[in-house]
Design a protein around this ligand. Structure first.
Ligand SMILES: *[C@@H]1O[C@H](CO)[C@@H](O)[C@H](O)[C@H]1NC(C)=O
Ligand SMILES: *[C@@H]1O[C@H](CO)[C@@H](O)[C@H](O)[C@H]1NC(C)=O
Ligand SMILES: *[C@@H]1O[C@H](CO)[C@@H](O)[C@H](O)[C@H]1NC(C)=O
Ligand SMILES: *[C@@H]1O[C@H](CO)[C@@H](O)[C@H](O)[C@H]1NC(C)=O
Ligand SMILES: *[C@@H]1O[C@H](CO)[C@@H](O)[C@H](O)[C@H]1NC(C)=O
Length: 445
């Protein structure tokens, strides 16, 4: 994993921090939200050999055990192949870079109790902010975060006892500190808005993967996520399009909170929809239902139960912006690999990177031919047809390796990672509980 030096990170922040907050009010209808918030999604500079660090998350995630007592699980801690959002927090505002993660809820930043701002260590300094305020441990919000077992709270105490949180990720990395409120500033050329956000001020952070980010921006389903908190102001839907960051120059991707009105009509017509499923045992996740998978039009023999969420809350398929690769239940994975291998047999080469089981030499591909085409038939009769570059990654020049890994659906769940999502506009409509997707919307600037 290559991490940016703190200085270049700061530079990146300054150069790329270009929010737009647009006022679109033209209609008489006062019940409709007229505002939306559009934030650039930044991609970390790809490491010279992406496969190794990408594989690292895959190995971590495949060892994942789904603990029902800790529903907070995602690949956000694994740091590579991530998308970031910048946030201005505090008074005066301090710039932070957070991992965009649809598979967890908490917004948290790495915090320091120091009063000396260190430009080489751009983390959040609550003592340098006039608007920082920890929640009281008796505040109802404190029940929305996992509290460490030893956090005592006495209501009669006249002292301000802060709300303690300890938030853990799949690979057992964690962040703990004070669950607090702070002012976040969003601005464009024309408009400046401050909103109060609840967030975790993490004084103790463990896990190497967070190194290059100052925290995580949880975009999950729960009430404390960024999308839930901002949904109250901008409307309860959000969308993003992850563009191919290997292109040069890398295009900018955006996260939009609320409905972008002029896009809405154009794009909705082109969108396909599938219901978002709720799993009460993992309420942060956005689940979708897969009905079948086909390779070059031939439907694979996979029993439908392979895709279902079981009584223990395991299984199912989650849309996760914080994980790079895609993970499919073992039985499905085996069928997919077999079907693809059969169609590329003459092209296969030994994997230059251990861990990828199927790699092809693209230069042996007959002119005009393409790598096998995967199609996912989803609940709601929509079909998700990603291009091959969403599930093959170039690990060496012209060597493409299948970027789909197996997961045990008895203890884990399938994941549609951020690589698989590239080039699609994804709209998470939380009120209508559905996911819209379209290749067209991604081109709309
Ligand atoms: C305003 O818009 C909402 C949603 O589009 C619609 O349900 C409502 O009926 C509209 N109200 C008026 C007064 O037009
Ligand atoms: C927003 O907050 C910043 C710093 O937190 C402050 O300087 C600014 O005056 C505030 N603006 C508004 C419109 O409240
Ligand atoms: C805590 O104390 C305050 C005032 O002393 C009271 O308003 C509040 O209801 C108490 N909360 C609980 C949960 O007992
Ligand atoms: C937070 O939880 C993790 C695992 O759940 C544990 O390893 C860590 O020590 C805890 N941190 C604190 C400060 O309680
Ligand atoms: C891929 O195929 C080309 C042309 O057949 C050959 O020159 C090249 O060495 C091959 N690369 C690998 C890694 O096998």
């Amino acid at each position: 994993m290559v991490s940016l030096s703190p200085l270049s990170l700061l530079l990146l922040l300054r150069l790329l921090f270009l929010f737009t907050l647009t006022h679109l009010s033209t209609s008489q209808n006062t019940t409709t939200k007229h505002y939306y918030l559009k934030l650039p999604l930044l991609h970390k500079t790809p490491p010279p050999s992406p496969s190794q660090s990408l594989l690292r998350d895959s190995l971590r995630l495949s060892h994942l055990h789904h603990h029902l007592t800790s529903p907070i699980i995602s690949g956000a801690s694994s740091g590579s192949g991530q998308y970031f959002i910048s946030l201005l927090l505090g008074t005066p505002p301090q710039p932070l870079l957070l991992i965009a993660d649809t598979a967890s809820d908490l917004i948290w930043t790495h915090c320091s109790a120091s009063t000396h701002h260190n430009p080489h260590n751009p983390i959040f300094f609550p003592r340098l902010s006039a608007s920082f305020k920890p929640h009281h441990c008796f505040h109802p919000s404190c029940k929305l975060v996992p509290n460490p077992p030893n956090s005592h709270c006495n209501n009669r105490s006249t002292l301000h006892t802060p709300c303690l949180f300890n938030y853990s990720y799949a690979d057992s990395s964690s962040s703990s500190g004070f669950f607090s409120t702070e002012t976040a500033s969003f601005h464009s050329k024309h408009k400046h808005t401050n909103l109060t956000l609840s967030f975790g001020c993490g004084f103790r952070v463990s896990g190497a993967g967070f190194n290059s980010a100052q925290g995580v921006m949880g975009l999950g389903r729960g009430p404390i996520s960024f999308t839930s908190q901002l949904g109250r102001h901008f409307g309860n839907k959000f969308s993003y399009c992850l563009k191919d960051y290997t292109l040069s120059p890398p295009p900018t991707s955006y996260l939009t909170i609320g409905a972008e009105a002029q896009n809405d009509n154009v794009v909705s017509n082109k969108m396909k929809f599938t219901p978002l499923v709720v799993n009460p045992l993992s309420p942060s996740f956005y689940y979708i239902g897969i009905k079948s998978v086909s390779v070059n039009g031939a439907k694979l023999r996979i029993h439908p139960s392979v895709w279902s969420i079981n009584d223990n809350g395991n299984g199912g398929t989650v849309i996760d912006s914080g994980t790079t690769l895609t993970f499919l239940a073992e039985q499905a994975h085996r069928e997919v690999v077999t079907a693809i291998r059969r169609r590329v047999r003459e092209l296969t080469v030994p994997s230059p990177t251990p861990g990828f089981e199927l790699c092809v030499n693209e230069s042996k591909l007959v002119k005009g031919a393409s790598l096998p085409r995967l199609k996912f038939e989803l609940v709601g009769n929509s079909v998700f047809s990603p291009p091959p570059r969403n599930y093959f990654i170039e690990t060496e020049e012209r060597v493409m390796c299948l970027a789909i890994q197996p997961v045990n659906s008895e203890t884990g769940f399938s994941v549609i990672g951020n690589l698989m999502q590239q080039g699609f506009l994804l709209e998470f409509d939380r009120d209508r509980s559905r996911l819209g997707f379209s290749r067209r919307g991604c081109d709309v600037p």
